[in-house]
Design a binder for this molecule. Structure first.
Ligand code: GAL
Length: 363
């Protein structure tokens, strides 16, 4: 029996300054559900069937707002499920030059700026409206980041539409405009564990990435500027490989990052529009995730900084490697690498980006 399609809104507590936070839950006719909270535009929960039809949580997060605002979370700064802006990943030395002017952005991971700083879009309370279209239900979030916010130029008006359809596809559509030249690189920082959140390591998950090249990083995770082939390295995921298979090979890039935490350059055909970037299979549950995007790259991150200080939705501890992130993006530190695809947005232009997370059970 198909379940009724539904959008619900519930109060999800308040921030220390009294600002109320809401949680929207989208449920499709197959019983898959997605919850998004207005704080950080954060994906708080994704529940999807396994091969036996049982619905389970596959997203790392917390059952209560306090999980996202407490001291332990602030110290660990994992950005669970959050919208990331204005600039996903790192900007070297918290500094870039645009049209001859130098801008300084927060150095929250010395010596660099990470994910827009300590008060990025993941800390904003977004306005929300419900959207219904065909077999899809959604919530459209909006946020205006004022000129000079976290050091970035231009008033940036951002909307993000999360939508769930009856084909178990969760899509995220980002758009933004500015009134001064600026740089933008938006993404979502969902961590997945297809065996179930809190069930342990993702090392047995099989991953495939449609990418022949990546951008190696230096000692502080900033791209060196090189674009290297993945061939003959543990970063070669052109065919399905288990995450744990080559993690301990001693490859310098992996040792440096404590696991996978790199920007893969997608083998797009050159056509604009959505292209498959990544596929993930989890053998025990049979769950599969396919990530498609309009972006040129993807950060595949294996939760290397999860250090056991956080306990998630099911009350179980999150240890290193207990989740994986697939952050669709432009390349890290692009404003300081003119040969990387541009992240500059100018007045009159509209930034647009779409990523689709499609779930299935392969067997
Ligand atoms: C990733 C980044 C990691 C880490 C993580 C948040 O996007 O590549 O190095 O900072 O976010 O903990």
């Amino acid at each position: 029996m198909p379940e009724p399609r539904d959008i619900s809104r519930q109060a999800f507590g308040a921030l220390p300054d009294g600002t109320a936070v809401d949680l929207y839950t989208l449920t499709n006719t197959g019983g898959m559900s997605v919850s998004v909270m207005t704080y950080g535009g954060t994906l708080q929960s994704v529940r999807v069937r396994d091969r036996g039809g049982d619905v389970g949580h596959v997203l790392l997060g917390f059952g209560e707002l306090a999980g996202y605002t407490g001291d332990a979370y602030r110290a660990a700064s994992p950005f669970f499920g959050a919208l990331i802006g204005r600039y996903g990943n790192r900007i070297a030395d918290g500094r870039f030059t645009l049209d001859g002017e130098t801008f300084r952005v927060p150095v929250n991971e010395p010596p660099n700026s990470l994910h827009g700083g300590d008060h990025g879009f993941d800390k904003a309370v977004w306005s929300a409206e419900e959207v219904r279209s065909g077999d899809s239900l959604g919530v459209r979030l909006s946020h205006t980041s004022p000129d000079g916010d976290a050091g970035y130029p231009g008033t940036l008006r951002v909307t993000v539409l999360y939508a769930l359809d009856d084909g178990d596809r969760l899509s995220i559509d980002y758009s933004a405009t500015t009134d001064k030249p600026t740089v933008v690189n938006l993404t979502n920082h969902a961590y997945w564990n297809l065996a179930g959140e809190g069930s342990g390591s993702v090392e047995d998950h099989l991953v495939q990435l449609d990418a022949s090249r990546y951008t190696p990083v230096g000692p502080t995770h900033i791209p060196t500027g090189a674009i290297e082939p993945v061939a003959d390295t543990p970063l070669d995921f052109r065919t399905f490989r288990a995450i744990g298979e080559r993690l301990r090979d001693g490859f310098e890039q992996l040792a440096r990052a404590g696991g996978y935490d790199h920007n893969w350059v997608l083998d797009r055909t050159g056509e604009p529009g959505l292209a498959v970037a990544a596929r993930v299979r989890e053998p025990s549950s049979g769950r599969e995730l396919t990530v498609s995007t309009t972006e040129p790259a993807i950060q595949f991150y294996t939760g290397n900084f999860l250090d056991g200080t956080l306990y998630g939705t099911s009350g179980r501890q999150y240890r290193q490697g207990d989740g994986l992130a697939l952050e669709t993006q432009h390349f890290p530190d692009s404003p300081n690498h003119p040969h990387f695809p541009s992240t500059v947005l100018r007045p009159g232009e509209t930034y647009r980006s779409t990523t689709v997370y499609a779930f299935s059970t392969g067997g």
